[in-house]
Design a protein. Structure first.
Length: 316
């Protein structure tokens, strides 16, 4: 009885061996050694290292492609065919374009498709140009701000700001910062200064932004007829000529406010307004609430004989 059972077992084992397909000699999967899955590499890389030691014997496709449906996908789709000899280095046209790539290793024999492997890597590049703007202009200073722009697969570590004296002309004066803001100081008032910025990552310095310009100066006072600093006279009522001030003396004129005194003329309207019977008071005046919207100017005037009891909103 025991002998018959042993014979039956031997026949079953032999049948199982005959039914096993040839590729069962390797029951593992291909391994993609480099580029490492999820890694970031430099432009110019051109080799994919694979290890097929544990995979079934035979030929394999090694395909590198830019991922479809992504805005940062490079136009790249190259397939190489290799024979399983264990570890292999497969050469490709260099991966020069920034973006996300995939590597797929799969058997040429479709019946062995389950023995495949996939990984992803990013080819980094120098950063794209930031979006720069002038955020504030004051006397002798100009504040700049910018959006970082695309880092292109490698973290931005710093920014380089260039200052020019004449718009669009390089002066080779550079300033470095890790922030997305920079305030240029020591600028001569009345001149138009120009600025641009570029980002730096592990790949190097990226593209320059466009030029922006600023003309630093102390704020102006805009009345009915003109823009001026420390005006000796000004008029607020543009239609009928009322609201006239003269003999203004300014004790302070700065970025945040201006203060002084002036004569305020008013029409007594006696015996009637058209007669133009004018009188004046000596009043205190103060300008403040500086606007930087389109030009550097004050937007509020307050005045009064003893206290600043009257307020006039100036054009914004």
């Amino acid at each position: 009885m025991l002998r018959r059972a042993l014979v039956t077992l031997a026949i079953c084992l032999a049948a199982t061996t005959l039914a096993t397909p040839a590729f069962a000699e390797g029951s593992g999967f291909p391994q993609i050694i480099t580029p490492v899955d999820g890694s970031t590499i430099h432009p110019g890389f051109s080799t994919v290292d694979v290890d097929l030691s544990d995979a079934p014997a035979g030929d394999y496709h090694v395909e590198v492609t830019g991922l479809p449906g992504r805005s940062d996908s490079p136009s790249y789709d190259v397939t190489q065919t290799i024979t399983n000899v264990g570890a292999s280095s497969v050469s490709f046209p260099s991966f020069d374009s920034y973006g996300l790539y995939s590597v797929m290793v799969e058997p040429v024999n479709p019946d062995e498709a389950m023995y495949s492997a996939t990984s992803f890597f990013t080819v980094a590049d120098r950063p794209a140009a930031p979006g720069i703007r002038v955020s504030k202009v004051r006397s002798h200073t100009a504040a700049l701000a910018w959006s970082p722009g695309d880092s292109r697969g490698s973290e931005i570590t710093r920014y380089q700001v260039e200052r020019g004296g004449i718009e669009g002309v390089s002066s080779n004066r550079y300033f470095s910062t890790s922030s997305t803001q920079y305030t240029a100081t020591g600028l001569r008032d009345g001149l138009r200064w120009s600025f641009r910025v570029r980002a730096h990552n592990a790949q190097g310095l990226g593209s320059w932004s466009r030029w922006v310009s600023a003309r630093p100066n102390t704020p102006v006072f805009e009345d009915c007829f003109r823009s001026a600093r420390r005006p000796g006279h000004f008029q607020l009522a543009c239609g009928d000529g009322n609201g006239y001030f003269d003999r203004a003396g300014w004790t302070h004129w700065g970025d945040d406010y201006a203060a002084g005194t002036a004569r305020q003329w008013y029409n007594t309207c006696k015996p009637y307004c058209a007669a133009g019977n004018y009188r004046y008071f000596r009043v205190k005046v103060r300008l403040d609430r500086t606007s930087f919207a389109a030009r550097h100017h004050f937007t509020r005037l307050r005045y009064g004989r003893d206290a600043l009891s009257h307020t006039v909103r100036l054009p914004a």
